[in-house]
Design a protein around this ligand. Structure first.
Ligand code: FUB
Length: 341
């Protein structure tokens, strides 16, 4: 059976789910929250979901977002500010359609917003926009980042000041169409025909100091099992699908991601930002809705996960962002989170 974007993960809490957390904002639909602490405050860079009237399909065409709104909060559980439109698709010269999950970074007085959007040939690329204010407005560069492709940029600055971008997503995110290094417009919609081969990998690349270009080769983020063997395509409970994130904890690098059609958030640990990363388990059970996408931050000595579900709408493409605590156990594992209580 082909599992497409139209298939929903079910809550195991029955017909009246009790959610672990409440939506952070109800006035607009938001998803894919990339959170960062800038100037002692939490800024959230989410997708802005809208109902564009496009029927659901396996390409994710119904995720037809057109702009970004940035949210901020002074404290967890405090009021959330919506800073209005930070970037509109009409002001991205090369963009075609579908502004998907963004991320942000800061360097030398400038904030950078990284965003995936389909170009005018319907190929996902990653763009960058700049602002002096973490909440925008952002001005987009006239071209996508050279050499970029697919979706879901997650930007991580290590303690030595080096910045890396993790990116990629299979199925609607088109990663499988880049398997040869060049885009195959007639390529498959999924990875399902390569069951016994090593799974497609998320990508990682260092950014140049200007934060606008890749510095060197794009590499595969290899996830291995406890025996050191790369995960395979048919390992749907564990293989990478989309929505990656990186955080460092006690000197170890935690690569976290969504398993897509099995709806888990999983983690793998490595000794450096490039990997390989050893698969360790899942740390969040499926939320209500098909997609699952997260970010992890440390704020005032505590760790938090930002995620989304479909509590407000009950519709796959109209999501709402949430936050809850994340706990590292004494042995370095992450405590499993159930998004229902
Ligand atoms: O929001 C559109 C896409 O859905 C994101 O890019 C994926 O991570 C998934 O959440």
């Amino acid at each position: 059976m082909l599992h497409g974007y139209k298939v929903k993960a079910q809550s195991d809490a029955g017909s009246k789910p009790r959610y672990l957390s409440a939506p952070l904002i109800k006035s607009i639909y938001t998803a894919d929250p990339s959170a960062h602490v800038f100037n002692g405050k939490i800024y959230i860079y989410p997708s802005h979901d809208i109902d564009a009237g496009i029927p659901e399909n396996d390409n994710g065409d119904h995720f037809a977002m057109r702009d970004y709104h940035i949210l901020s909060m002074n404290k967890i559980d405090g009021p959330v500010t919506d800073h209005g439109i930070a970037l509109d698709i009409k002001n991205i010269p090369w963009a075609g359609r579908q502004l998907w999950a963004p991320d942000a970074a800061y360097k030398n007085g400038i904030y950078y917003l990284y965003f995936p959007v389909k170009d005018k040939h319907d190929v996902f690329r990653i763009g960058v926009a700049m602002s002096k204010n973490p909440a925008g407005p952002f001005k987009a560069e006239p071209h996508p980042i050279p050499g970029s492709f697919s979706i879901d940029p997650a930007v991580f600055t290590d303690t030595d000041g080096s910045t890396y971008m993790y990116f990629g997503g299979i199925w609607g995110g088109q990663l499988q169409r880049w398997a040869t290094g060049k885009y195959d417009a007639n390529g498959s919609k999924t990875d399902l025909m390569h069951d016994d081969e090593p799974a497609l990998s998320c990508k990682v690349v260092k950014l140049k100091n200007n934060m606008l270009e890749f510095n060197g080769k794009v590499r595969d983020v290899i996830i291995v099992d406890s025996l050191g063997k790369p995960l395979k395509t048919n390992d749907h409970n564990r293989r990478f699908f989309e929505g990656s994130w990186m955080h460092k904890y006690h000197g170890k690098y935690y690569f976290t991601y969504s398993t897509g059609d099995t709806h888990f958030l999983a983690y793998a640990i490595g000794n450096n930002p490039w990997g390989p990363f050893v698969y360790k388990g899942i740390f969040m059970k499926p939320v209500q809705g098909w997609t699952t996408h997260h970010s992890i931050i440390e704020f005032k000595g505590k760790w938090y996960i930002f995620y989304h579900d479909t509590e407000l709408s009950g519709k796959t493409h109209l999501r709402n962002v949430k936050v809850t605590t994340l706990q590292h156990n004494a042995d370095g594992s992450i405590k499993l989170i159930d998004p229902f209580i």
